[in-house]
Design a protein around this ligand. Structure first.
Ligand SMILES: [Zn+2]
Ligand SMILES: [Zn+2]
Length: 338
């Protein structure tokens, strides 16, 4: 895995040059240097399929819940993002959709809320019998392990409640404090800076950080960025860091490329009209051509954004269980979201 070096600058290996014993006369112009710059990997085949969200897309295939999970298929690699809310939902939905999650070794947990980590132990336990490596590695940002003490002293961090059982089942966490390339062209953002005042959290809770108890702003919130030939495809869990902050980080990571598609939960279901208008302008300025609003994006917010982005019906949809985005083809929302 390649850690992010910052600033969109990609490290180049500079060849050693033999130094002459006497300096030649200075040329009139600087000589052209040949520097081998390693370009970031580009994904050419990508499909993202929703496995947990509020709506069921087709009769008889999947159940809805307040949760999120999605399967990423990128140039032959498969990764799971989040695991739904109820222990059995993603396992059941995948089976009904004809998707076998055995063989998926890596899961990304965008944050520690129960509607994203509820299926982790069930999936690992159910799949390991057929594939010992299935969901054996969980990628997270370090603040996901900060305690969320309840007023009664109970632990409100859902991931901490699942951690022991997951590790006992052979699962292993890998914490990334900075952006990291998980597979060629598939990036984990790590914690996302928040220069824009997008407040996508309750403000009612406290989290136990290394510096003491502070407001729970879901500091661990992280997303996935896929660097495709069409531009960046960004997959969010709940978007607690703010979708514009997330897209800003994605573009900073990958040389300012335009954002081709945004898929996932954007936590805009309570957003005001003015907040939606600002978000729409920012997404439009970044080149967003597809939006699959899933989970906490909100049905009204998704439809408002379609208008604000000036995109056609086929390019913006409310996602359901089984709905998908395919690079080069666009969104298949299934029956309900058309
Ligand atoms: Zn959340
Ligand atoms: Zn959520």
């Amino acid at each position: 895995m390649r850690p992010f070096r910052g600033g969109g600058a990609w490290r180049a290996a500079l060849p050693l040059v033999a130094v002459a014993y006497a300096p030649p006369p200075a040329p009139p112009h600087p000589p052209a240097a040949t520097v081998a710059v390693r370009a970031p990997a580009v994904v050419s085949r990508l499909k993202v399929t929703v496995l947990s969200t509020m709506l069921a897309g087709d009769p008889g295939r999947g159940i809805g819940e307040w949760g999120f999970a999605a399967l990423i298929e990128a140039d032959g690699d498969r990764l799971l993002v989040d695991t739904g809310a109820r222990p059995e939902t993603v396992l059941r939905n995948a089976r009904e959709l004809g998707i076998d999650l055995a063989g998926v070794e890596h899961v990304i947990l965008t944050h520690g809320h129960g509607d994203h980590v509820g299926g982790l132990v069930t999936l690992r336990t159910a799949l390991r019998a057929r594939d010992p490596r299935a969901l054996a590695v969980a990628h997270v940002a370090p603040p996901i392990f900060w305690s969320r003490p309840g007023t009664d002293g109970s632990e409100q961090n859902a991931l901490l409640r699942e951690r022991g059982a997951y590790e006992a089942a052979g699962g292993r966490f890998v914490a990334h404090a900075a952006a990291t390339e998980l597979r060629p062209g598939v990036w984990f953002t790590g914690p996302v800076p928040r220069p824009n005042a997008e407040r996508n959290w309750s403000g009612l809770r406290v989290v136990r950080s290394p510096d003491g108890d502070v407001e729970d702003q879901v500091q661990e919130d992280a997303s996935i960025v896929v660097n495709t030939r069409e531009g960046l495809v960004v997959i969010t869990g709940c978007g607690h860091a703010g979708v514009v902050n997330i897209l800003t980080k994605a573009q900073d990571m990958l040389g300012g490329r335009p954002v081709h598609a945004v898929l996932g939960g954007l936590h805009l279901f309570t957003a005001t009209d003015s907040a939606l208008a600002w978000t729409g302008r920012e997404l439009r300025a970044r080149g967003v051509a597809y939006l699959l609003g899933v989970h906490c994006t909100g049905i009204e917010a998704t439809h408002r954004l379609r208008g604000l982005l000036g995109l056609p019906r086929a390019a913006v949809a409310t996602g359901a269980v089984g709905s998908s985005f395919t690079l080069g083809e666009g969104i298949d929302p299934l029956a309900l979201g058309r």
